[in-house]
Each structure stands twice: as structure tokens, then as C-alpha cells.
Design a protein around this ligand. Structure first.
Ligand code: 2AL
Length: 258
């Protein structure tokens, strides 16, 4: 099985670390293709970044479809472009916030998200609401470290995350922690050791979820909302993104949309 792990920001060193962590937990026989778009923001820390990252991400899904990928992980905690990606993909597409929140919701009665900058806290709350996870989400806390500073030599990020997680366990009535940034993927084990409580990291959780769905031979439904985009011509700079009209099916049998 081939899973395309898409880091929607353009920072290759983040993509490489995510790819390695994903390969470390993937089942034998799972190939992880870790990619980032050639265009877009180097980190995603707000709604504008997210909107601008989405087209590069969708190009990576289109490339994955040409290569016959079996499933996709959107490896940014805002889950940008998730539903649009599902329109393009045959296989399952999972966002890391979606994966981590669902996993945490079965490990403890409530979880707290610990994220990077406080300006992204509202985004995490919106996602919790969207996924029906708000009743499990006790709090969203920020360490106020930018995404690209998480892995800088001498960064205090690990210590700040552990301190914030401890406060979450003490003050939020949370039993589990969700790490709120893909850039925290390689810190997860250390944080969990320090904390002694479940710490869910979305990149790895999403890889295992996609693996499970693909193993079950489940794919994205193509009858309604996640059907391929309607063929039409886009204007201006977006002309290259114009969805093609669907190909005619050369059979008298009704096409199986699935
Ligand atoms: C993220 C993330 O996961 N990747 C990125 O560029 N920004 N999330 C965040 N909360 O900062």
C-alpha cells in the first residue's frame, strides 16, 4: 500500500522528519511518500496561510492519483483542504487533527489540545466543533512558539509543551493530550514519557487510520459531496486548476460511482 503524506507547508525539513516518523510506525508493506508542495507558505499559522497552502496541497493529491496512491494524510493541524482533497482522491483522506482528536476521544473522557501560537487556538476549536469532538475537547492551549522554531537548536519547545500538558492534566480535567502541530511529531514519545498520560500525535495516528481503511478496502464515497469536482473553466491565475469534465464511460452498464 502506498500512502502519500502531504505536509501542506513548503518546509522540506519538516516533511523529512514527518516522513521518517511515519515510516517508523507504518506496517511492513506500507510505502510512505512524504511530500510538500512547491508553492505556498513555509508554515501555516492562520487562516490566510491555510487558504494559500490549499492549492499546492491539492496539486499533490492530483499527483498522488496519477501515481496510484491508496490513501492520503494531510499533515497540518488545521486539516486544510480536507474535503476538497476527498473530491480528488479515490482512497481515504485523513487530516491529522481529525485523526488525533478521534483517537484521544476513545482514550480518555476528555482531551486538551496543546498547540503552537495562540492565534491558532480558535482554528482548533472550530475543528473540534466540525468533527463532533467539542464535547471531548476540554481546552486548547498554546505554548507561543512558532512552527519553524519548534526544531531550532536549543529550542525550549519540548519543555514548554510538557509544562503546558501538565497544566492541562491538572486544570482542564483532561486525561489525554493532543499535540496541535505536525512539527511536534518527533517530540511525542519524550513528552509522553515525561507526562505519564496518553499523548496523541496526529501524523502517526492518521497514517495508522489510513492503513486500516485501505486494508479494509474502503474508499471515499463518490455519490454526493465527495464526487469529483464539476468540469468547468476557471479564470485568470487559477486556469491551470480548472477541473476536467468527467470522461465518458464506454459501457452500457450504469457506472459504479464507488
Ligand atoms: C501547523 C502544522 O501542523 N503545520 C503548520 O505549518 N502549522 N499547525 C499549527 N498549529 O501551527
Amino acid at each position: 500500500m502506498r500512502i502519500r503524506l502531504i505536509n501542506p507547508n513548503t518546509t522540506q525539513r519538516m516533511t523529512d522528519v514527518m516522513g521518517q516518523c511515519a515510516r517508523d510506525i507504518a506496517a511492513p508493506g506500507t510505502e510512505i511518500v512524504a511530500v510538500s508542495p512547491s508553492m505556498g507558505p513555509p508554515s501555516i499559522e492562520g487562516y490566510y496561510d491555510e487558504a494559500c497552502a490549499t492549492l499546492g496541497l491539492l496539486q499533490e493529491v492530483t499527483a498522488g492519483e496519477s501515481e496510484g496512491c491508496d490513501g492520503y494524510v494531510i499533515a497540518c493541524f488545521g486539516d486544510p483542504g480536507l474535503y476538497a482533497a476527498r473530491e480528488l482522491a479515490r482512497g481515504p483522506v485523513i487530516g491529522i487533527a481529525e485523526a488525533a482528536m478521534h483517537a484521544a476521544s476513545v482514550l480518555a473522557p476528555g482531551f486538551t489540545v496543546v498547540t503552537t501560537l495562540s492565534r491558532t487556538c480558535g482554528m482548533a476549536w472550530h475543528l473540534a466543533e466540525r468533527y463532533g469532538m467539542k464535547r471531548f475537547c476540554r481546552n486548547v492551549r498554546a505554548i507561543n512558539v512558532a512552527v519553524l522554531e519548534l526544531d531550532q537548536p536549543g529550542s525550549s519547545a519540548r519543555r514548554l509543551i510538557v509544562d503546558e500538558c501538565r497544566r492541562a492534566l491538572d486544570e482542564d480535567d483532561a486525561g489525554a493530550i493532543v499535540l496541535g502541530c505536525a512539527g511536534m511529531v518527533d517530540l511525542c514519545a519524550e513528552i509522553e514519557d515525561a507526562l505519564g498520560a496518553p499523548v496523541v500525535e496526529g501524523v502517526t495516528a492518521a497514517v495508522k487510520w489510513v492503513e486500516a481503511l485501505v486494508s479494509l478496502r474502503l474508499r471515499t464515497a463518490k455519490n454526493n459531496d465527495y464526487a469529483a469536482p464539476l468540469g468547468k473553466r476557471y479564470d485568470g491565475l487559477l486556469a491551470p486548476f480548472s477541473p476536467a469534465a468527467p470522461k465518458a464511460v464506454a459501457t452500457s452498464q450504469p457506472a459504479n460511482p464507488y
